[in-house]
Design a protein around this ligand. Structure first.
Ligand SMILES: *Cc1c(COP(=O)(O)O)cnc(C)c1O
Length: 380
């Protein structure tokens, strides 16, 4: 079998590589140099985020969020089980307990109707995850959080350039976490950002990010020497990576639009199968604008999903499934965080299949994959 189409291929676009050469030539290679500042300014300007801090990954931004929520042993945080390990790891690393809540059948996002029943006197925060760059029901989530005095941390790793009722994902909750990992729409290999609304949280975030020191204030000339003032770690990315990211962010609209065309082609080609009830396509609720991070299909059952994946892979099209629900993972089971089942999570995770999607793909590529999917169903 030869690979006709990988699942993902990172792209370099426009100025990104040129900016990297510029960063190296400038001699400023550590973090928060000219390109780090430019990337943060771009994030703040494009998304209207009061404060954007570049991080080494979304995982790092989530870990900073756990510190900013002051999570401690005994505390509880509500999140979906259908997510990447980093969302739950950040909580567990503070000794707090991830409380897994089931997902909505349409978007596979945290089911807002189940949140209140999961709140206890120990609950500190709600951490929704915008799956596939389609927003969670944020109005309801923010309303619940305000009434119960909980912080909201958006895991918007997949949500860069997606919006909810006219607001960019990552800017709606108290904190928002972006990923620029090579598998995401806008990428610099490994990278992320923490978006912060409140100025006091932002000042503390700045300190956590600089190993617990007030170095950022020192660099702004606000204090005359810098020293250890709080907990912290090394969350600042190199300016070489920030330079690549500036090029990608500048091209963000173009990248998002191209991915949109590819998703539209998939949807158009696969609509007849969906109409016959053979599979289900992604749903974008009213008021949400997707960033086309992912194109998936949901097969009738787990056996069909696996057979379809094998069929596509045999032809060289690298379709892949996605998360093993965290409460059923070896770590989740060993910790016993979730006693009962999460029926929607367990059902949909076993039936979901992601199709290849990346910037340099052509509409003909998408049509070829879709034809293979149609062939699979035509054969039976
Ligand atoms: C990719 C991803 C992360 C982790 O991002 P990194 O930048 O690789 O640390 C976290 N959460 C979700 C939902 C993701 O998709």
């Amino acid at each position: 079998m030869s690979v006709m189409l990988p699942f993902n291929r990172p792209c370099t676009i426009g100025a990104d590589a040129a900016y990297v050469r510029e960063a190296i030539a400038s001699g400023h290679m550590c973090g928060d140099g000219p390109f780090g500042k430019r990337a943060q300014a771009l994030l703040e300007a494009k998304f209207g985020a009061p404060h954007a801090l570049l991080t080494t990954s979304c995982t790092a931004a989530l870990e900073m969020s756990a510190l900013l929520c002051d999570l401690a042993p005994g505390d509880e945080v509500i999140l979906p089980s259908y997510t990447f390990v980093s969302t739950a790891n950040a909580i567990a690393l503070r000794g707090a307990r991830p409380v897994f809540v089931d997902i909505r059948p349409d978007t596979l996002n945290l089911d807002e109707r189940l949140i209140e029943a999961a709140i206890t006197s120990r609950t500190r925060a709600i951490w929704p995850v915008h799956y596939a760059g389609v927003a969670c029901e944020m109005d309801t989530i923010m309303d619940i959080a305000r009434r119960h005095r909980l912080l909201v941390v958006e895991d918007a790793a997949q949500g860069v350039f997606a919006s909810y009722k006219g607001r960019w994902l990552g800017t709606i909750g108290d904190l928002g976490c972006y990923s620029f990992h090579e598998t995401k729409n806008i990428a610099c290999g490994e990278g992320g950002a923490l978006l912060v609304g409140d100025v006091r949280l932002a000042r503390r975030a700045e300190i956590l990010r600089e190993k617990g020191t007030n170095r950022s204030q020192f660099l702004r000339g606000q204090v005359d020497k810098y020293t250890w003032v709080d907990l912290g770690s090394s969350y600042v990315p190199s300016d070489i990576l920030a330079a690549f990211l500036v090029g990608q962010l500048e091209a963000g609209e173009r990248i998002t639009a191209k991915r949109g065309e590819l998703c539209a082609e998939y949807a158009r080609q696969l609509a007849p199968l969906a109409e016959r009830g053979l599979l289900r396509l992604p749903v974008v609720p009213e008021g949400c604008v997707a960033n086309h991070h992912m194109f998936y299909v949901i097969a009738a059952d787990a056996t069909t999903r696996s057979a379809l994946m094998d069929h596509l892979r045999a032809a060289g099209y690298m379709a892949t499934f996605h998360y093993v629900p965290l409460h059923t993972s070896p770590m989740g089971e060993a910790q016993g965080w979730r006693a009962g089942s999460l029926p929607v999570t367990e059902d949909l995770s076993a039936r979901l299949l992601r199709l290849p999607l990346f910037y340099d793909m052509t509409l003909a590529d998408a049509a070829a994959v879709a034809a293979m999917v149609r062939g699979f169903y035509g054969d039976r």
